[in-house]
Design a protein around this ligand. Structure first.
Ligand code: GLV
Ligand code: MG
Length: 358
């Protein structure tokens, strides 16, 4: 294990110093696009400013024959699109191929050398343990040094193997570059031998049932569908919070079911996630709405902040007890609202219009 004092030393001579803190940049929707698909690529310039993150996908969903074209397409899009990546309004991320694939080495070498100054975050799929992050960490440092980059690239791991879930804390702790984790429900379901064939979301068979009324087991009994992903998302949230990085719900494959998608995103938001993947433009709108605190919540939060004065003691507000701890809960929302208002003028207008009763 590296001594603590060396943890923030660059892993290659001339590489930028690894970050001490991961900035809380809004990333409510991570919108996936296929850079080898010319129709999709043509839409990218028009999406800048409308979505927090655009992610050029090189891994699953890109056919083996198109891997090269996707990589080259991403390089071209990054170079030609104004306002995309690094300091622009919309971050640029990529999902590279898996570390055991024949494509990943060229993905990293090409992307860091050609567009390393534009890329914000590199998403690494199917991460199994700290050793995967260590491999990427060192390679990125070597490539950053070679390319003369000033800003270190950040790394995001997809949680999509049973071993990855078992090693979740060591993955988060493996490098100061770690930016966050996403749930990968499809691969994770397969790896765990779960029996759902859906990409994220619930399953009608995963339920609890009301007790029989009057002993009649065949009578009407309300059933409550349960969340298959609750355990994993909760683990992910704790591991990320502990390490100062960010948790995300991943993909919701039933594009037509915008209602269930919103439910899944909202559950993730309430549990502590900061965003979700978007596989279709209509999921961007859902994520932007769900991962932004509501006007009502911000009004309440600001009232608690105002009523709590120096932040100690307890007060009664609208019949409810508020104290030091509930103030902290409210500050989570207030701070998130401030970060979002800084990049989303419509939201800023809504938050600015809130009147707080004294
Ligand atoms: C995402 O990559 C998933 O496997 O769900
Ligand atoms: Mg996957």
């Amino acid at each position: 294990m590296r001594p603590a004092k060396d943890f923030f030393a660059p892993l290659a001579v001339g590489a930028p110093t690894p970050p001490r803190d991961i900035p809380a940049r809004p990333s409510r929707a991570i919108h996936f696009f296929d850079p080898s698909n010319e129709k999709m690529a043509a839409k990218i310039p028009g999406m800048v400013g409308t979505v927090d993150v655009l992610l050029g996908n090189l891994e699953d969903a890109i056919k083996a024959d198109n891997k090269e074209a996707a990589r080259q397409g991403l390089v071209r899009i990054a170079k030609e699109t104004d306002g995309l990546g690094s300091s622009g309004p919309t971050q640029l991320w990529t999902r590279i191929n898996a570390l055991d694939s024949p494509w990943v080495l060229d993905d990293l070498v090409t992307l860091v050398s050609e567009i390393g100054d534009k890329l914000d975050v590199i998403m690494v799929p199917k991460v199994q343990g700290a050793e995967d992050i260590h491999y990427v960490d060192r390679l990125l440092a070597q490539l950053e040094a070679k390319a003369g980059l000033q800003k270190p690239l950040l790394v995001h791991a997809i949680l999509e193997t049973a071993r990855g879930v078992a090693n979740i804390e060591e993955i988060c702790a493996a490098s100061p570059r770690m930016q966050g984790l996403s749930l990968g429900p499809a691969d994770l379901a397969a790896d765990r031998r779960m029996k759902t064939t859906r990409v994220g979301g619930g399953h009608p068979g995963y339920l609890v049932r009301q007790d029989p009324v009057g002993g009649d087991i065949t009578g009407d009994r309300t059933i409550y569908q349960q969340d298959l992903w609750h355990y994993t998302i909760a683990r992910m949230v704790d591991a990320c919070a502990m390490h100062g990085i960010y948790p995300y719900y991943g993909p919701f494959g039933d594009i037509a079911d915008v209602v269930a998608c919103e439910d899944q995103f909202r559950n993730a938001f309430l549990l502590g996630c900061v965003g979700a993947w978007s596989l279709h433009p209509k999921q961007i709108e859902i994520a932007n709405r769900v991962f932004s605190p509501s006007v009502q919540d911000i009004k309440h939060a600001r009232e608690v902040v105002a009523a709590m004065g120096d932040g100690t003691g307890a007060v009664m507000l609208n019949g409810k007890m508020e104290d030091d701890a509930s103030l902290k809960q409210c500050l989570v929302l207030v701070q998130l609202a401030e970060q979002l208002a800084a990049i989303d003028p419509k939201l800023k207008e809504q938050y600015d219009a809130i009147e707080v009763s004294a």
